[in-house]
Structure formats: C-alpha cells, structure tokens
Design a binder for this molecule. Structure first.
Ligand SMILES: Cc1cc2nc3c(=O)[nH]c(=O)nc-3n(C[C@H](O)[C@H](O)[C@H](O)COP(=O)(O)O)c2cc1C
Length: 487
C-alpha cells in the first residue's frame, strides 16, 4: 500500500498487478538480462513488466542475490509509485494520471510539500541486517551488472550517493559507480551535479577525502528524488520524499561516518570519496550510445551493510529513462505554464531524452515558435532539449504517430522553424562535434494561421469530421467492441 517504504514493498505492489515477473536465473556473462530488457521494450513497450532474476551469473560465478530491473517502465508504474490507482488509460491516460498526481503535491508558489525524515535505531533498520566492515566489505560478493560488452566493467547503476557538507547541508544524487576493486568504485559526477559542487566546496576547504554513503534499492519516491533535481542546493531530497509520501523517510546512522541513510535500503556502501580523478568508462549512456572515457573521483569503501539476501537494483540506461525523471519534467511544466498559460502538456518520448513535445492551446500567430523559444531557453532535466516540437491541443503528444501526422500536415519547415546555431547541451549527445555545444530547433507543427504564412482556411480533418457530423459513431463502436472479437 502507498506509500511504499521499501523497494520490496513497491515490488510486491507491482507483482500484485502482474507488473513484476520472477525469473529463475539468467546468464549475464552472455548479456541475457540486457537482451531481455531490450526485448521487453521491443515487444511490450509501456506494457512490459519489471523483472526479478533470482540467480545471476556474473564474471563466471553464479550469485544467489536477486537482481531487479525495469521497475519504472511506463507512466502507470510512475503513477503507482506516487499513489495513484488509475491504470487503464493507455499511454496518454497514464501520463496524465502520473502528471496530475505529482502536480497535486505542489502549492501555488511551486513549492513541494516536505516532511522531515526521522532517525531510527540501528537494530530496527533492515539495511543493517548484515554489517561488513574493513576487509570483509567486498563488492565482489554481489552481482553488480555489466550491462554492455562495451562498458568498462561492472557498474552500480542505481546508487543514491549521500553527502553532508557543513555549509551546504545534505545532498542525495544518483550517480553511476564503476566497480574498480573489492573496496573501490568510481563515482561519475557531471560538473553540473550537486555532488560535484559538494566535492569542489570540500576541496576549497583543503579536504582530500569526503565522507559519503551510498544507498542502493530504496523506496521508489526517495529514489526518484535522488534521480531528479526537484531539490535545489541546500534542500533535502529525503524531506521532499517525505512530502510526497505523506510520511517521513526513516533514516539510520552509517557505521563508519555520521551520514544518515535510508533504513529500508537493500545496500549501503560507506566510505570516502577521494579528491583525485581517475579514468572512468566507457559506459552505455542514457542517450542510447556508448559514451567516451571520462575522468571521475573514486570512493574507498570502508563498510557495506545490507539486508539479508539483498536485492541488486539495476538500470539499463537508454531504455525508458523519461519515466523515472517525470517529476523533474512536471516541475518544469508547472513553471512554464505559469509563464505561458497556453501550454497544455509536455511530453518527452521515454527513450529520447533530447526531444520534447509541447502541446498548446494556440490562439495567436507566432505562439508556437514563442513556446518553443521559451522551452529552448529553459534547462530541462539538466540541459535544454535539442528538438522542441510544438503541436496543437487536439494532438496527443504521447502518440508519436499523431505528432508525425501534425508535422506532415501542419508544419511548413519554412517559416515555421527556428534553428539556434549553437547553445550549451548535454555532453553525451553523440551527434555533437564539440562537447557541451549543439544546434537546436523549434518545429512549430501547429496549424499555421494566415498571419504566419498559413492557408486562409485550414480544412477540417477527416476524423474530426466524423466525430462532429456523426456524433454517435465512435460511441456505437465502443459499445459493441467486444462483439467484434478483434482483441
Ligand atoms: C539512472 C540515472 C543515472 C544517472 N547517472 C548520473 C551520473 O552518472 N552522473 C551525474 O552527474 N548525474 C547522473 N544522473 C542525473 C542525476 O541523478 C540528477 O541530475 C540528479 O538530480 C542528481 O542529483 P543532484 O541534483 O543533487 O546533483 C543520473 C540520473 C539517472 C536517473
């Protein structure tokens, strides 16, 4: 029942809805899980369930620790994580349900509700069921997944790195970690991330090591807060998670430092981030391409605590990323709509993070391009999007064939486009020659009015003509649907 206190509670709720499948074993040395994650997407799209693999082969060894993945697939799962129980609306309905549910936690000044976390005793914390200190702490005991043969190695792909700074407060952020040894992992902070800013601040103070604890497999809302920037610097992700949950997140003190960590986590890694960079990657990134080698800080691990029979939570970047980051997009949507009330919907195709579709109630000439400019100038999900497609409110942005139809029939590439030659961009877009720089485009696929070079009269479209002139037709077919026996 909502709110889910742990990954396991959320998994149980998914399973009850047929949205989590258990699989006996998979050979990840043959990249079986990776191919399975892709095939689920190919064959079932948003309907694909999450999966929990009970035994996994990694690095020539069979592990009995379960691996769970694909548990934020489809807006229905996001809606469920936030406590909605509407699951029947198809892609469009599920997207709307998740967006509405998330928006319901925001006040008119764009502030999210918060509830401060509480601290519990160690003996009550599941993440302390097993405590491994010093030499006993060994990352090799668990099946961290190498997603792709082109990856540099095994990765902890779903860790929430928790850091505390005397001036900046607490930060919780999702940053990938490359397994580099039994007690050593890379931590890849982009220079935009708060984690990086915390490191910079500590280094300015002359620190060479910065304490951190990493939680893996936490409750779904804390996980989404860690993975999206709803919390500005100095704001606490766990207090935000509490607000969404309507109930505080339970934290417990780490074994080897003072950092408080989610008590319900599957794993906690504790240690120091060393203020020196080493080679990291390559890694199959969220843009769907293998990224370049980079440089990253490393973490010396001093302790691992975990539940009994802990679950490794793994992510396959590039598959359905926009589900997990929906709260971030919703925060942008609310602010953009305040500036331009004609905005009706905002939709990032789940596998294409650099494209966004904005749906507007257009009244005046030029509004489509204006909306696109506003969105281009807005750093959404870290960096502004590369392609902004603006459509009329009768187009469902979650249905890409409708979006393509609007582009094919309402868009004139000239003059209804705006190309920006170069602005700052996400560094992992493989189409860019210069890192951090990209050209960008607004495609105004709204019906062009005469004042903006469109036809004097826009013809009615076929489907609307049926709906308006034969008003009972669709209702008749819907009523008789089962009798046609086509499902
Ligand atoms: C699956 C996933 C992996 C991510 N990996 C990284 C990463 O390796 N490095 C990074 O800087 N941001 C990464 N991000 C984005 C950050 O998690 C996101 O920007 C978050 O807001 C970071 O927290 P912060 O705002 O406190 O820096 C990732 C996000 C997701 C959802």
């Amino acid at each position: 029942m909502f709110p889910y206190d742990s990954l396991r509670d959320y998994a149980q709720a998914l399973e009850a809805r047929g949205k989590l499948k258990r699989i006996k074993e998979m050979d990840q040395d043959a990249y079986e899980m990776t191919a399975f994650a892709y095939r689920l997407r190919d064959r079932m799209h948003e309907q694909a369930p999450g999966f929990l693999v009970e035994r996994t082969k990694v690095g020539g060894r069979w592990y009995d620790s379960p691996v769970i993945g694909n548990i934020f697939n489809g807006f229905g799962m996001v809606a469920q994580a936030f406590g909605s129980d509407e699951f029947d609306g198809g892609q469009s309905g599920m997207h709307a349900a998740a967006v509405q549910r998330i928006l319901s936690f925001m006040d008119k000044d764009f502030h999210w509700r918060t509830i401060e976390p509480v601290t519990i005793e160690k003996h009550a914390a599941p993440c302390k069921e097993v405590v491994l200190l010093g030499e006993q702490a060994d990352l090799g005991l668990f099946p961290w997944i190498r997603n792709n043969p082109s990856d540099a190695g095994q990765y902890i792909s779903a860790g929430s790195v928790i850091m505390c700074d005397p001036e900046l407060g607490r930060n919780v952020g999702t940053y990938r970690m490359q397994v580099k040894g039994p007690r050593k992992a890379g931590i890849c902070f982009t220079n935009q991330s708060h984690g990086f800013k915390f490191m910079e601040r500590a280094m300015e103070r002359g620190q060479e090591r910065v304490a951190a604890s990493v939680a893996i497999g936490i409750d779904p809302i804390s996980w989404m807060m860690s993975s999206t920037r709803l919390a500005d610097m100095g704001e606490d992700e766990f207090a935000l998670a509490g607000g969404f949950r309507g109930k505080p997140v339970e934290l417990v003190k780490s074994e080897t430092n003072d950092i408080l960590v989610p008590a319900q986590a599957e794993f906690i890694l504790e240690g120091d981030i060393v203020a020196e960079m080493e080679e990291e990657g390559p890694y199959g990134e969220m843009m769907g391409y293998i990224g370049k080698k980079t440089f990253a800080f490393t973490m010396d691990i001093k302790a691992i605590t975990h539940r009994r029979s802990p679950w490794v939570y793994n992510l396959w970047p590039g598959i359905g990323g926009a589900y997990l980051t929906l709260p971030w997009e919703v925060a942008h949507f609310a602010r953009l709509k305040k500036i331009m009330p004609s905005l009706q919907k905002l939709y990032t195709p789940p596998d294409v993070p650099s494209v966004v579709i904005a749906c507007i109630d257009k009244r005046l000439p030029g509004e489509g391009i204006e909306m696109g400019m506003l969105i281009l100038g807005y750093r959404m999900v870290g960096f502004s999007k590369k392609v902004v497609i603006v459509v009329d409110k009768d187009v469902d942005p979650t249905d890409l064939s409708q979006v393509m139809h609007a582009m094919g029939t309402r868009w004139q590439p000239h003059p209804a486009s705006l190309i920006v030659p170069q602005t700052i961009h996400i560094p992992i877009d493989p189409s860019c020659r210069e890192m951090f720089l990209s050209s960008k485009i607004v495609i105004d696929a709204t019906r062009q009015q005469p004042g903006e070079g469109g036809p004097d009269i826009y013809p009615e479209d076929n489907r609307t003509a049926v709906m308006e002139k034969a008003p009972g037709a669709f209702a008749l077919v819907d009523k008789k649907w089962d009798t046609y026996c086509v499902d």
